[in-house]
Design a protein around this ligand. Structure first.
Ligand SMILES: [Zn+2]
Length: 318
């Protein structure tokens, strides 16, 4: 884990970023985040304790689950190619999970976007021999100190070795281990750096945090994300996902087209509910109290992003 700066945000700033007016007592009663310690330390602590599970997906592709975003692994004579790096604190667990697949060396790493739960392990993977590829905005965000208001956290610039060396703007094609890999930029979605990674011959696609399977997504307005961008990316996914394509989400279990459609439908319905309430002039506090996510909470509200937090993320963008 790169060292994070201690939080120095004022209550007024915190209220402002949550879309609340100063003077509301919402924060006193209800924490904005799922865990009192904050989302970033909660994610790191979870990764530190997590066992990494290995799921063979199809052909020479597996998924490692347990450290931040889902990690895809493509094996073969060109060495292992990883999509996502997890948290650095998971290095020993990820190393042994990779060794349990086979002894191919680590040669490549692709980041689907700049967030720490997908890039924190970049430095150690690079030190093991991985050349890093990502969207140009991932490099840009990692190169400088970057604040994520929704996580109440500022990340310092990443060390040189953690930065992607190959970057692109719209689309990039690679061939590794006899597999064609197409990388495609979504445009501003969950952040402004999201790409899909499509293993075209294997019919497997990693869509990063444009899809959270079964849990409310985080949306990073600080670095170009929005609810509408998140919905646009879900539509873009549905436009390319066939019934035979296996889809790896940023978070949650691997799934397919109908699961992605359910996620899109949830986003659209909650966006509509929140937009109606905001149009009526309701404050964020009143909107949260109206429970615009209620029909979805039992299924989607059980992870880091609580119903209240997700309502705030939608409210900020409608
Ligand atoms: Zn993310």
């Amino acid at each position: 884990m790169r060292e994070a700066e201690p939080t120095r945000i004022s209550r007024r700033q915190l209220l402002a970023m949550a879309g609340l007016s100063a003077g509301t007592t919402l924060l006193a009663r209800r924490p904005l985040f799922a865990k009192d310690e904050g989302i970033v330390p909660a994610m790191v602590n979870a990764a530190a304790k997590a066992k990494i599970s290995v799921h063979p997906i199809r052909r020479n592709i597996s998924v490692l689950e347990g450290s931040g975003g889902n990690i895809a692994v493509l094996t073969g004579r060109d060495g292992k190619l990883l999509v996502e790096a997890g948290f650095a604190v998971s290095r020993p667990a990820i190393s042994s999970a990779l060794t349990s697949i086979n002894s191919d060396p680590i040669r490549h790493l692709i980041n689907t976007h700049w967030h720490t739960d997908h890039t924190d392990g970049n430095a150690w993977l690079h030190s093991e021999g991985a050349a890093i590829t990502a969207h140009e905005n991932t490099r840009k965000r990692l190169s400088i100190a970057t604040r994520v208001e929704g996580w109440d956290w500022t990340f310092p610039a990443a060390p040189a070795g953690a930065l992607p060396v190959t970057v692109f703007a719209a689309e990039h094609e690679m061939r590794r281990n006899d597999t064609r890999i197409t990388l495609k930029y979504y445009g501003p979605a969950h952040t402004d750096s999201d790409i899909s990674v499509h293993f075209t011959d294997a019919d497997v696609i990693h869509v990063g945090d444009t899809w959270w399977n079964g849990v409310y997504p985080f949306i990073d307005y600080s670095t170009g994300g929005s609810i509408d961008g998140q919905i646009r990316a879900a539509e873009a996914n549905l436009a390319v996902i066939t019934s035979k394509l296996i889809v790896i989400p940023g978070h949650g279990p691997v799934g397919g087209r109908s699961d992605v459609a359910e996620f899109r439908d949830m986003l659209v319905a909650i966006r509509e509910n929140v937009a109606v309430l905001k149009k009526q002039g309701k404050s964020l506090e009143e909107t949260i109290a109206a429970k615009p996510t209620a029909t979805y909470d039992a299924k989607w509200g059980q992870f880091l992003i609580t119903p209240a937090h997700f309502t705030g993320l939608v409210y900020a963008g409608v």
